[in-house]
Write a protein that binds this ligand. Structure first.
Ligand code: PLP
Length: 367
């Protein structure tokens, strides 16, 4: 290694693994020379972007010579109405990924401890490690968060607990009763991050948003995103709901214009694109049912999901399954990176995509 980097870079840097995203379509096109590719790897909305958001962007294009509103005033007003929460309690980020980073920068000192499930969304670990915090991983139990074990892992050094609800990559959820009990007993000086990136898809009545804990004055940040359900992944916009004091603290580490103007208008428009919202829910419901039925017929075990992706056990080496599906133009995620070497995570797509995925999977598994 270059001696300068070795001696001068912060030592936390050497602890970091690079994020491995779902393989981009263009990359697969270049590498394999095939054109007809479907990506079911990153939990994007297969319907495309919300038409109302696209319209709003067109109108706003004339203004991209002007810096965006650093306070996202109009978007916050809109969100405030929809979510029934005061604008001062809303944090808007360049994706919720950015908010995770800013939260870590606001609260984490070297050697503080953070707790999260294993496997869960990798950005919790990444952003905590950058700050030199110690990461405590608590294995899932039967694919679900094990709140007793998470509670047992709390020490006097614990600063943040991350709960992904529903969990990525398993699609499992924490029910209201269970979460209530946990929130009642967890020490008050711990910040709870409730990542609800997929909650709009949830249809189990036991799964409730953590927004209500804000009314109880708990130290909670509920994270949401416009990247998944709302179909705006490329624009990079996500949000956090918390209390105004925590919001003020986190805002101190914000860059001045962290959310671009096209993302701001698109997000506001997406929130009221009723037809898109309805279609997204319908497509996901039908897609889930179809995929469940096919997996059942193929004799594959899967984890029932509250999101727009399914964690399924192929019974074979997931890397090999991935490579073979890729050659057929279907991109999915392998479970090995999550510690499940025979599982894959597949995003629910359009009817056509789901059918093509199943047909390809059948071919691949037959060998
Ligand atoms: C995709 C995802 C995010 C990040 O979303 P962005 O707003 O695009 O940064 C956050 N949390 C979970 C669990 C996710 O799956």
């Amino acid at each position: 290694m270059n001696i300068f980097i070795k001696e001068k870079a912060r030592k936390e840097i050497f602890e970091l693994d690079e994020y491995v995203p779902g393989k981009p379509i263009e990359e697969v096109k270049r590498e394999l020379g095939i054109d007809d590719i479907i990506k079911m790897a990153s939990n994007e909305n297969a319907l495309g972007p919300p038409p109302k958001a696209v319209e709003a962007i067109k109108t706003a294009l004339d203004m991209i010579n002007i810096y965006p509103d650093g306070n996202c005033y109009l978007l916050k007003e809109k969100m405030s109405q929809v979510l029934e929460i005061e604008p001062e309690a809303i944090l808007i980020g360049n994706g919720s990924d950015e908010l995770l980073r800013l939260i870590a920068e606001t609260f984490l000192n070297k050697d503080d401890e953070v707790i999260f499930a294993d496997p869960t969304f990798s950005e919790y670990e990444f952003t905590a490690k950058i700050m030199g915090a110690k990461c405590i991983r608590v294995p899932l139990k039967n694919f679900c968060h094990d709140l007793d074990a998470i509670y047992a892992a709390v020490t006097s050094k614990t600063k943040i607990i991350y709960l992904c609800n529903p969990n990525n990559p398993t699609g499992t959820f924490l029910g209201e009763d269970e979460l209530n009990l946990f929130m009642q007993k967890v020490p008050e000086d711990i910040l709870i991050i409730l990542d609800e990136a997929y909650i709009e898809y949830a249809d189990d009545e036991r799964l409730k948003s953590g927004i209500k804990y804000l009314k109880e004055n708990k130290n909670v940040i509920v994270l949401r995103t416009f990247s998944k359900f709302y179909g705006l992944a490329a624009l990079r916009i996500g949000y956090g709901l918390t209390n105004p004091e925590i919001a003020r603290a986190v805002r101190k580490v914000f860059e001045p214009f962290n959310v671009n103007s096209l993302a701001q208008v698109a997000a506001a428009a997406a929130l009221s694109d009723e037809a898109y919202i309805k279609n997204t829910l319908l497509q996901n419901k039908q897609g889930k049912e179809y995929l469940y039925k096919e997996f059942d017929q193929m004799g594959l075990d899967y984890v029932p999901t509250q999101s727009n992706f399914i964690f399924v056990d192929t019974g074979q080496d997931a890397r090999t399954v991935f490579e073979r599906l890729l050659k057929m133009g279907v991109i999915i995620r392998t479970g090995d990176v999550f510690g499940y070497p025979t599982h894959i995570r597949v995003t629910v797509g359009t009817t056509e995509q789901n059918q093509r995925f199943i047909a390809s999977l059948k071919t691949v598994l037959r060998g």
